[in-house]
Design a protein around this ligand. Structure first.
Ligand SMILES: NC(=O)c1ccc[n+]([C@@H]2O[C@H](COP(=O)([O-])OP(=O)(O)OC[C@H]3O[C@@H](n4cnc5c(N)ncnc54)[C@H](OP(=O)(O)O)[C@@H]3O)[C@@H](O)[C@H]2O)c1
Length: 222
């Protein structure tokens, strides 16, 4: 049985990813900062674990709870996007807080779960990135914390792929999605986006490690 673990799975794209994985017959572990309120996630049949990816105590407790259980596919999905301002309006504390969740989080969670991933069959780590993290594709400014955080997770996936041969590391742009983060005008429903993201993550091969994909399976420019 394939086990897929999705962080930030209580709403938005993470919840839709949990549904996709369950529909594919995977055993699903979804994380939430407040598991007691993760009603929709629980309804998917997922096992719900508590995780605040920015909190080292929480990451340790989460890894301890998983112990030596195999995890086939880890999807680092949880993130925040609090900064919509330009340079002069950028709040530096908010900048640091964003990097703590969006970059330190996936790094810490991936590192904590290395033994679980090695015990799994698929050995895949997919981190949800964004076109806003594409240096090549950037034609507008502002939202510096979020942009930098997503460019940074791209580098995390690329560099982990270069260092670690026995696992597959991907960065995946989910598109612009109608969630609390993406807003109501976005192009894709969470289910449409998650179907593509899940297909990319669940079929990744060793040769694809270190690449940046769109939800539709096309390659993204770094
Ligand atoms: N929506 C878009 O258009 C879009 C576009 C490009 C990329 N993305 C990326 O797609 C992913 C999902 O975004 P979304 O649109 O579904 O966002 P969302 O609706 O705002 O949901 C974000 C999720 O991340 C969780 N989270 C926040 N801080 C966390 C932490 N410290 N530790 C663990 N989980 C945490 C949230 O949990 P709480 O409920 O507890 O806050 C929530 O489950 C993110 O990586 C985002 O950057 C989204």
């Amino acid at each position: 049985m394939t086990t897929t673990l999705v962080t930030g799975a209580n709403r938005g794209i993470g919840l839709a990813l949990a549904k996709q994985a369950a529909a594919a017959g995977h055993t699903v572990i979804g994380t939430a900062r407040e598991p007691g309120t993760a009603v929709d996630l629980r309804e998917t049949g997922a096992r719900v674990l508590r995780l605040d990816a920015a909190d080292p105590v929480s990451v340790d407790a989460f890894a301890t709870e998983l112990a030596d259980e195999p995890v086939d596919i880890l999807i680092n999905n949880g993130a925040i996007f609090p900064d919509r301002a330009g340079l002069e309006g950028t709040d530096l504390d908010q900048f640091e807080a964003t990097l703590r969740v969006n970059v330190r989080g996936p790094l810490a969670v991936t590192r904590a779960l290395l033994p679980n991933l090695r015990a799994g069959e698929r050995k895949t780590v997919a981190t949800i990135s964004s076109s806003m993290g594409s240096i090549a594709g950037t034609k507008s400014g502002g939202s510096y914390a979020y942009r930098v955080s997503k460019a940074s997770v791209n580098m995390l996936m690329r560099a982990m792929a270069a260092e670690i041969d026995d696992l597959v590391f991907l960065a995946i742009d989910p598109g612009w999605v109608r969630t609390d983060m993406g807003g109501g005008d976005a192009a894709l429903s969470p289910d449409e986006s998650a179907a593509g993201v899940f297909a990319v993550a669940s079929t990744a091969t060793h040769e694809e490690s270190g690449l940046f994909y769109r939800h539709d399976g096309e390659r993204m420019d770094w």
